[in-house]
Ligand binder design. Structure first.
Ligand SMILES: NC(=O)c1ccc[n+]([C@@H]2O[C@H](COP(=O)([O-])OP(=O)(O)OC[C@H]3O[C@@H](n4cnc5c(N)ncnc54)[C@H](O)[C@@H]3O)[C@@H](O)[C@H]2O)c1
Length: 252
């Protein structure tokens, strides 16, 4: 049987990198989409993954990315919308162009990629979309207005797409991690320390992990293990689910 094919956005760093590696290990053919930087291309080449260079804030890049990945594989079974970035500022100071870019990358691009990939995802009868949201898809924290708005929005998109995909065997789910040790979080530690006038150690203990039941950072591979199950044929009955992997953060 022809192997299933997957596209992982933001697939050359952090969580996306771990998901891409895991899906490849699971036997899928995997393409990683990321900003067209040399180190991203080098990563893909070193891991024998297809590289798709695209800026997801650009609509035409979203279209071209799906055209390219389906040309290369001749099919697309799994779409993992994972790319994202963080910006920390209070609302009065939040740069408007950054707001637009964050919404474009983390909410509009998952919609556009789902829309363009849809005919391929339903063709095989067991398509999978996984949207990497966040605990910040459920709850808020100060200074992250655009991120939190995008993540709340992508949960709504997940549920709607699940309802529409169900009759075609296409499942659509969201994964909501707590803090994961990735370059994004390492950057946030530094930003939060600056904004709050704390040391990075204090931010980790008193801000980031204070509400969690288990006070340690997740590893990207923990998220990849959940994604692996969600895209597997065994998970055919799970759709519209918002899956928390959050160290107990939202339990209280
Ligand atoms: N790290 C965490 O604690 C955490 C927690 C919850 C949710 N998340 C979510 O997980 C996802 C991955 O985060 P990460 O921590 O691995 O971050 P990361 O910075 O390590 O990786 C993000 C990737 O997205 C890519 N990207 C950003 N803007 C892009 C654009 N315009 N076009 C194409 N690619 C773009 C980056 O180049 C990078 O490779 C994000 O959506 C993030 O919001 C992360």
């Amino acid at each position: 049987m022809e192997r299933r094919a997957a596209l992982v956005t933001g697939g050359t760093s952090g969580i996306g990198k771990a998901v891409a590696r895991r899906l490849k290990r699971d036997g899928l053919r995997v393409a990683v989409l990321d900003l067209p930087r040399q180190e991203a291309k080098d990563f893909a080449e070193s891991e024998d993954l297809v590289f798709i260079g695209a800026d997801l804030s650009r609509r035409e890049d979203c279209r071209a990315a799906i055209d390219e990945v389906t040309r290369v594989f001749g099919r697309l079974d799994v779409l993992v919308n994972n790319a994202g970035f963080q910006h920390i500022d209070p609302i009065p100071d939040f740069p408007e162009d950054t707001w637009d870019r964050m919404l474009a990358v983390m909410l509009t691009a998952p919609f556009l990629l789902s829309k363009y990939a849809w005919p391929f995802l339903v063709a095989g009868g067991q398509g999978r979309i996984v949207n990497v949201a966040s605990i910040h898809g459920h709850v808020a924290s100060p200074f992250k207005s655009a991120y939190i708005s995008a993540k709340h929005g992508v949960i709504g998109l997940t549920r709607t797409a699940a309802l529409e995909g169900g009759p075609h065997g296409l499942t659509v789910n969201a994964i909501c991690p707590g803090y994961v040790r990735t370059p994004l979080v390492e950057g946030q530690l530094a930003d939060q320390a600056r904004t709050r006038g704390m040391s990075e150690e204090e931010v980790l203990e008193k801000v980031m992990l204070e509400p969690a039941a288990i006070r340690r950072l997740l590893d990207p591979e923990d998220v990849a293990a959940l994604a692996s199950y969600v895209v597997s044929p065994a998970a055919w009955g799970m759709t519209g689910a918002v899956l928390d992997l959050d160290l107990g953060w939202t339990a209280r």
